[in-house]
Design a protein around this ligand. Structure first.
Ligand SMILES: [Zn+2]
Length: 272
């Protein structure tokens, strides 16, 4: 270590800059100093968990164990999605360094059967995006009592993934404008209403099914009372990302612990 750092975070940054071969000048420039504050977050998107990879959206338990270790050892702070939204709305002054948000889509049974016991001790806040038509209905999905059980732990927050998970961009092409307007509004409205009624908590966030959305849908989500909507785009979430399309990094089994650690390190090495 060439310089005595004030904080472990600074130490990491300096080390990264040295590793990247940056000049000593950049370490003391105003630009470099500005990067010490964290104004972005890395949002992770999981789906299913199992012993083996049954499909492209399944992360194996061994991989997820490596992810937990990578997040912990990276010095990341796992924050509630609500904090990131509040920060973006100017209601929260700052984010902790290396802010990571964890989300899990679709309400698969493996969320309560496999994932929940693995993250219980971390106490990390986790947002579940649920499409209510599957709950207590589809064999692969959780039941309402499972969601209530998870919510009661205080660790989980239940939010909307539309009512039955349509590809809204595809539907727009197949329906008349008036039909689509009714259909899409119903998907956004009904999901929010059912989840609020079942869970007894406000639903303010939406995850676009398949990560598919367009400008019109973004406006519609805002008008239906969603403060933020989440997309799928493998990048960190910065101040320039629109509130109705916050990017999330898709977590797949091929992305191991080491790769996740690199993602966290690179997302925060340049600050912003
Ligand atoms: Zn989904």
């Amino acid at each position: 270590m060439l310089l005595a750092p004030d904080t472990p975070r600074q130490s990491r940054r300096i080390w990264l800059q040295q590793a990247a071969g940056l000049s000593a000048l950049s370490l003391i420039s105003p630009w470099a100093r500005a990067t010490a504050s964290s104004s972005q977050a890395l949002i992770l998107c999981y789906h299913r968990f199992a012993d083996t990879v049954a499909d492209s959206m399944t992360v194996r338990k061994t991989t997820f164990t490596d992810h937990i270790k990578a997040i912990t050892e990276s010095g990341a702070h796992v924050i509630p999605l609500a904090d990131l939204v509040a920060f973006r709305q100017g209601k929260l002054k700052q984010l902790p360094p290396r802010a990571v948000v964890i989300t899990v889509d679709d309400g698969h049974r493996s969320v309560i059967e496999v994932m929940a016991p693995m993250v219980r001790q971390t106490r990390w806040p986790i947002t579940l995006f649920i499409y209510p038509s599957a709950i207590s209905n589809a064999s692969y999905a959780m039941r309402w009592e499972h969601l209530q059980q998870l919510q009661a732990t205080g660790q989980y927050n239940i939010q909307s993934h539309t009512y039955w998970h349509p590809n809204l961009v595809k539907e727009r092409k197949q329906q008349s404008p008036a039909e689509f307007e009714r259909f899409a509004r119903n998907q956004l409205k009904r999901s929010k209403a059912v989840l609020e009624q079942r869970m007894g908590k406000p639903v303010s966030y939406l995850a676009w099914p398949f990560g598919m959305f367009d400008e019109g849908l973004m406006e519609m989500a805002a008008s239906e009372g969603y403060q933020a909507s989440l997309a799928l785009e493998n990048k960190a979430c910065t101040a320039s990302d629109p509130m109705q399309a916050l990017p999330r990094h898709l977590m797949v089994d091929a992305l191991g612990g080491q790769r996740l650690r690199q993602l966290i390190d690179s997302a925060f090495s340049t600050g912003a």
